[in-house]
Design a protein around this ligand. Structure first.
Ligand code: SF4
Ligand code: SF4
Length: 115
């Protein structure tokens, strides 16, 4: 298995993966270099996507911390409070954010919708 060189640029990394790996050469139970997922449109895998119900959001940041794909950024809403914004390029639709969102008084601030 070829070993990824350290300290290479994004372009060099993409070229390296194309030439050295391809999906047939991926390591068995191995690991990929940190940050490599940014090159892949993982949002294509999703069957559902999260939708914000802003009036139920208490700005707790739980969704932001728990998203496994860093597909959530927090942005200031019209109410001057922080609310999640979903990056559908990377969101795989796993539903963790919706499951873990405490919402307001039991009403979820994130629901999952079919695509
Ligand atoms: S987990 Fe729910 S309540 Fe907390 S910031 Fe995210 S959307 Fe808002
Ligand atoms: S559905 Fe999953 S991948 Fe998408 S924003 Fe929520 S936690 Fe992140």
């Amino acid at each position: 298995m070829p070993v990824l060189p350290t300290d290479i640029s994004d372009e060099e990394f993409k070229q390296w993966v194309k030439e050295k790996w391809g999906y047939k050469k991926l390591p068995i139970a191995g690991s990929t270099p940190p940050g490599s997922a940014k090159f892949f449109r993982t949002g294509d895998w999703a069957a559902q996507r999260p939708k914000l119900i802003v009036e139920n959001c208490i700005s707790c940041l739980e969704c932001y911390f728990l998203c496994p794909d860093s597909a959530i950024t927090m942005e200031t809403g019209d109410d001057d409070k922080a609310h999640p914004k979903f990056d559908y390029f990377y969101c795989k639709g796993c539903g963790i954010c919706a499951n873990e969102c405490p919402g307001r008084k039991g009403e979820k601030a994130i629901i999952m919708e079919d695509i």
